[in-house]
Design a protein around this ligand. Structure first.
Ligand SMILES: CC1=C(CCC(=O)O)c2cc3nc(cc4[nH]c(cc5[nH]c(cc1n2)c(C)c5CCC(=O)O)c(CCC(=O)O)c4C)C(CCC(=O)O)=C3C
Ligand SMILES: [Fe+2]
Length: 380
């Protein structure tokens, strides 16, 4: 059995996330960072800015990442895994380029990246790989030695992600009045993306007009969580995968139905209650506390439809230990030893290295940590 504490050949882990504003003055520059070159209408930006201002201009996402960072460090220390963990973001400080620069200066040469996005999509995978390539280009221009950067496989179907979501769903059901609990519907939610982006998500073999790997992976998780809940409380509940946080121009098709329309539809169909389960996110950030806890809750209140919202995995100990397992699994694989690759559901463990054509963007850009990485091997 391969050594379960040896992270070699890796010498550092990079926690890579979205970033969020930490005060009112940060909101506009943050939104400018997010939307640069992405063609988002001005009205949508003003509206999203209001969501942040409603919470004092502070997104909870950075504190949630600080918590995950601390939990990962403790998890590694407790299990004898000698691997420093650094944190960098796409859209706010600490910025990825600054973090990678520090890592390079500290002598790290083999970096494994953990992006806080469980599924395949342009926004959740390829765009992070493009961010890594941009940062490596910046370090190259500064004459710094470049680390070789890899990215961990998607963890949506790992037991460390799925099992806490079953518990979170049961806990939300328990918040509903007892008389409506058995009849409650489960609404699994995730970030909507343009249908064109969904259809080309994942490796080319998964592309198709049924939503590609993005939708298939979410359906697999929704099925697993619904089955896990049924096994635990003995009630078979209707469920559906729905979407939230739609952006972009109105004439461009995005994945539907929206959670609010779905609540309306369930109300009309006579549903007794709904539990919203945000399987698309790893922490209760702005998309969750505004789009679900504020907007969708207001909709349900209007309809007099009892709703509860399940938590996300956050820094659940099972999630954190699942991430340690995935890090060691990848290290074992890189060493050419046989790794045990745990995955639930029908899709099996996701690829370690994104193949050519995985989650393409609208305009081709260099991306690190994949088969088309222009830097791969630079440090070898
Ligand atoms: C798939 C996906 C995830 C899940 C995977 C993952 O977690 O990575 C995700 C997460 C997040 N999205 C976030 C915030 C925003 N996303 C935006 C815009 C967009 N997201 C998109 C997709 C996704 N986004 C897309 C296709 C757009 C359109 C513009 C474009 O094509 O790029 C905008 C612009 C305004 C708007 O239009 O909403 C904001 C402010 C935050 C931070 C929250 C906080 O601050 O707490 C997080 C974690
Ligand atoms: Fe987003």
């Amino acid at each position: 059995m391969p050594d379960q504490s040896d992270p070699a050949p890796y010498d550092a882990l990079l926690l890579l996330s979205f970033g969020g504003p930490e005060g009112p003055d940060d909101v506009v520059p943050f939104l400018e960072n997010v939307t640069r070159g992405r063609g988002i209408p001005r009205e949508r930006l003003e509206e999203v800015g209001q969501h942040y201002f409603l919470f004092g201009g502070v997104s909870p996402i950075n504190d949630q990442n600080r918590e995950l960072l601390a939990a990962l460090r403790k998890e590694f220390a407790d299990h004898g895994v000698d691997l420093p963990v650094h944190w960098g973001n796409r859209n706010w400080a600490p910025y990825l380029t600054d973090t990678l620069r520090e890592m390079a200066a500290a002598g790290h040469r083999r970096v494994l990246t953990l992006a806080t996005s469980a599924y395949a999509s342009y926004s959740g995978c390829r765009q992070y790989r493009e961010n890594l390539a941009e940062s490596l280009a910046a370090l190259e221009a500064e004459g710094l030695p470049l680390p070789r950067v890899d990215k961990l496989r998607h963890f949506f179907n790992h037991p460390g992600f799925v099992e806490p979501m079953v518990d979170r769903t049961l806990a939300a059901l328990a918040e509903l009045p007892e008389e409506v609990r058995a009849g409650a519907h489960l609404a699994f939610t995730t970030h909507s993306v343009p249908t064109a982006a969904a259809d080309t998500s994942g490796p080319p073999a998964a592309h198709g007009d049924g939503g590609g790997a993005y939708v298939a992976q979410h359906l697999d998780v929704a099925r697993l969580v619904a089955a896990g809940v049924r096994d635990r409380d003995g009630v078979e509940r209707p469920w559906r995968l729905v979407y939230q946080s739609r952006s972009g121009a109105p004439h461009i098709p995005w994945l539907e139905p929206d959670i609010c329309d779905h609540l309306e539809e369930l109300h009309q169909a006579g549903a007794s209650a709904v539990v919203m389960v945000p399987i698309g996110f790893v922490s209760d950030h702005m998309e969750v506390i505004y789009d679900l806890d504020t907007e969708a809750l207001a909709k349900a209140t209007d309809l007099r439809l009892p709703v509860a919202r399940a938590g996300t995995v956050g820094a659940d100990p099972r999630f954190v230990s699942g991430l340690r397992e995935l890090v060691i699994e990848r290290a074992v694989t890189e060493r050419g030893e046989g790794a045990h690759r745990r995955a639930l559901g029908e899709l099996g463990p996701s690829h370690d290295v994104c193949p050519l054509g995985c989650c393409p963007g609208r305009t081709p850009k260099p991306a690190a940590a994949g088969a088309d990485d222009p830097y791969q091997g630079a440090a070898l």
